[in-house]
Design a binder for this molecule. Structure first.
Ligand code: SIN
Ligand code: CO
Length: 379
């Protein structure tokens, strides 16, 4: 991590005093930063059907429908508009750009399990998504140009009705800053904010995931469905004559309630579920296995010479029950645990490292699957 990223503060102090508690403005968090993609690359991504993007226009002269939202893929025409302020937002930049992935991982003083994605927005003068609040933490890093950020810790979270995006009805800014390239603003969840471009600008949002209890519960039950193994069969040798044959009688319900109460889960189940759930690729993510994967022997030479890196789309996390890669548990030799944990943390291996044969077998498998690659000369 760069020393300047938190303005010289240690990650420990940041976690104690700011994380999920209060905003932090860091001037020159990334000195010299002007973004990880050019405007043209950003527009290409916005026009790509595989990339999640949003286009937001503000029309001050149409009361009641000032905000217009168009989901991607965008068209070139939209991205040329000059008359009204607009902005285009591209989600998951880390999936498409290794430099974006590297930027995201500057923030791994927060567990990777909490990281969501890197979003980039481009706006023309006056453009923005309006005053709103988010349910998750975000670091807003200024790329090119300037953006004015107004923020508030307000209780009133009522939203404009019928707007296509979440706009606060009564935004009362308490702080007001203009961010320049490399400046960064951290916001905890639920802080109201409004970012307005001053001239054309780009903003990079490092976003975190905070699943709701409802979402976790529903996903966990889906996962458990394939795991449960219940004994027994409905039986009623003591059946007595029922007055109304259409009634589902209380004895039947008692017995079924009893059968279902055998559904149990352990901490191990929860740990395995969460490893698979948190590494599950998003719906639009696909891997490109190499057409001609290197043979095991040539692979070993390549890794030894150049090193190895996880694909930007790959998620690799671990816990007390083992390692999870892109939604699946990993089978590995226990002796390789430290090497795997190091790869998961740093997402790459240097060249010339001594690696066991079993570890190399695993790395080779991931190369064949397109989950990771030997580094090239340019990395
Ligand atoms: C933006 O980059 O314009 C929006 C970021 C945000 O408000 O969360
Ligand atoms: Co926001």
């Amino acid at each position: 991590m760069m020393k300047t990223l938190l303005g010289g503060m240690s990650p420990r102090q940041f976690l104690e005093e700011y994380w999920q508690k209060k905003p932090l403005l860091v001037r020159q968090a990334v000195p010299g930063f002007t973004g990880v993609v050019s405007r043209d690359e950003l527009f290409d991504l916005a026009c790509d059907a595989d990339v999640e993007s949003r286009y937001v226009r503000y029309l001050p002269d149409t009361p009641g429908s000032e905000w217009v939202l168009e989901r991607g893929p965008q068209t070139r025409g939209r991205l040329r508009g000059k008359r009204q302020p607009w902005t285009v937002l591209v989600q998951g930049l880390n999936l498409w750009s290794p430099a974006g992935d590297a930027l995201l991982h500057q923030f791994d003083f927060i567990p990777q399990a909490r990281l969501d994605d890197l979003m980039v927005s481009y706006a023309v003068d006056g453009g923005g998504v309006g005053p709103h609040f988010d349910n998750y933490d975000v670091f807003l890093l200024q790329g090119i140009g300037k953006r004015r950020w107004q923020i508030a810790d307000q209780e009133d979270r009522s939203l404009v009705e019928d707007a296509p995006l979440r706009i606060l009805k009564n935004f009362q800014p308490a702080h007001d800053w203009v961010l320049e390239p490399g400046d960064m603003l951290y916001l905890p969840p639920h802080w109201a904010h409004n970012g307005t471009a001053i001239g054309e600008c780009t903003t990079y949002s490092i976003g975190f995931r905070s699943p709701t209890a409802q979402e976790l519960g529903a996903e966990f039950l889906g996962w458990m469905q394939e795991r449960i193994c219940l004994d027994g069969l409905y039986a009623d040798p003591d059946l007595t004559l029922q007055e109304n044959s259409a009634e589902i009688g209380p004895k039947m319900i008692d017995q079924i309630e009893n059968m279902l109460s055998a559904i149990r889960w352990s901490r191990k189940d929860v740990t395995e579920f969460i490893g698979e759930y948190l590494t599950e690729p998003k719906a639009h993510v696909f891997f490109d296995p190499p057409e001609k994967p290197l043979s095991r022997k040539r692979f070993e030479t390549a890794v030894n010479r150049h090193g190895y890196a996880l694909d930007a789309r790959t998620l690799l996390l671990w816990s007390e029950t083992g390692f999870y890669l892109n939604g699946e548990p990993v089978e590995f030799d226990p002796a390789d645990h430290p090497a795997l944990a190091d790869l998961a943390h740093r997402r790459k291996l240097e060249r010339g490292q001594t690696l066991s044969a079993s570890f190399l077998d695993l790395l080779h498998q991931w190369h064949e699957d397109g989950f990771a690659h030997p580094s090239s000369d340019h990395d």
